[in-house]
Design a protein around this ligand. Structure first.
Ligand SMILES: [Zn+2]
Length: 193
């Protein structure tokens, strides 16, 4: 039985011993094989709030207490689904590459979407999706939105790409479309309200 209750999935999972993690891993792979098109599953999706997840894109991989220890700066947009939300398909933003450490793997595991094999991208996205589950994060929290989000001084401020904004830098002031203004924010210009 796969949990479909978003509230339940928003709870963080707790660390587990390798021995217990391996048993959970077997159950997860079994459950994953029963699913239609499933490529990954986290323990809390079957009601076990422990830090174990599995992916099965090119080969089955069990991860016990996994964590992302390195990741690219770059993000990429990818269509994602989730066995807990079978009717939803959304576009998310994920790191282009990640390095994972897990208690049941001696060596670090690297995943990168930068290859010609689309399965590498699936694997790279899937691993990030599953580790998120263990932290109570669902794919909806990673949804890619066309509208850029800019943090104002007090509250988050949402600005459209074509909306005109005013920027200042020292005594200079400019008013222009947000899409043109965005790169300038990295060069010392600030948005005024
Ligand atoms: Zn999922």
């Amino acid at each position: 039985m796969i949990i479909k209750d978003k509230m339940k999935l928003e709870q963080k999972c707790s660390p587990v011993s390798v021995k217990e993690g391996e048993e959970i891993g077997v159950r997860l792979l079994h459950e994953l094989r029963q699913s239609e098109n499933g490529i990954g599953l986290a323990a809390n999706q079957i009601g076990i709030n422990k830090r174990v997840c599995v992916i099965n894109v090119k080969e089955p991989i069990v991860l016990i207490n996994p964590k992302i220890v390195e990741h690219s700066k770059e993000l990429f947009v990818f269509p994602e689904g989730c066995l807990s939300f079978p009717n939803d398909k959304i576009k998310t933003q994920r790191y282009t590459s990640v390095v994972i450490e897990a208690d049941n793997h001696k060596d670090k595991l690297s995943f990168s979407a930068e290859s010609k094999d689309i399965n590498d991208a699936f694997e790279c996205v899937c691993i990030q999706h599953e580790i998120d589950h263990l932290d109570g994060i669902t794919m909806f929290d990673r949804e890619f939105r066309q509208e850029p989000m800019v943090r104002g001084e007090n509250a988050p401020l949402k600005i459209g790409r074509n909306q005109r904004v005013t920027l200042t830098k020292g005594s200079q002031t400019k008013t222009l479309k947000y899409k043109k203004a965005e790169p300038m924010l990295e060069n010392g210009w600030t948005l005024t309200k």
